[in-house]
Ligand binder design. Structure first.
Ligand SMILES: [Zn+2]
Length: 124
């Protein structure tokens, strides 16, 4: 059980990434994919988060939905460059690459070694 926004809820299994319709942000350095699930305020939101693989971080895959797609021309791995999403704690708009400043992560909930989980982000 986890507490979010004062409400208790039971978390039985990892959220399904295949059901995520939009990926708004990329987390700096970790390159985690962030899909906003609920915006509590302008400065806080709950999200479904995908941890990318070591290989994806090493190759700087920063735009693909899940696995790296070599046909994705917006991906730094395809371009062979270092990702702009390089500062730890900073969130970047997935589509524009624009920085949204530093956000703190709380209530991280990944079941065992699941790659998909939930987090709460709060603007610092
Ligand atoms: Zn990629």
């Amino acid at each position: 059980m986890s507490i979010t926004n004062g409400k208790a809820r039971h978390v039985r299994r990892s959220p399904a990434w295949t059901r995520v319709s939009n990926i708004e942000y990329i987390e700096g350095a970790t390159l985690r994919r962030i899909s906003v699930r609920n915006r509590a305020s302008k400065h806080q939101f709950d999200a479904v988060v995908l941890n990318v693989s070591e290989k994806q971080r090493a190759t700087q895959c920063d735009s693909c939905r899940h696995k790296h797609r070599p046909t994705n021309k917006n991906c730094s791995a395809t371009l062979g460059i270092r990702s702009h999403a390089s500062t730890p704690g900073v969130l970047y708009d997935r589509h524009t690459g624009k920085s949204l400043g530093v956000w703190a992560v709380s209530d991280e909930n990944f079941i065992r070694s699941a790659t998909v989980g939930t987090c709460t982000y709060t603007k610092v």
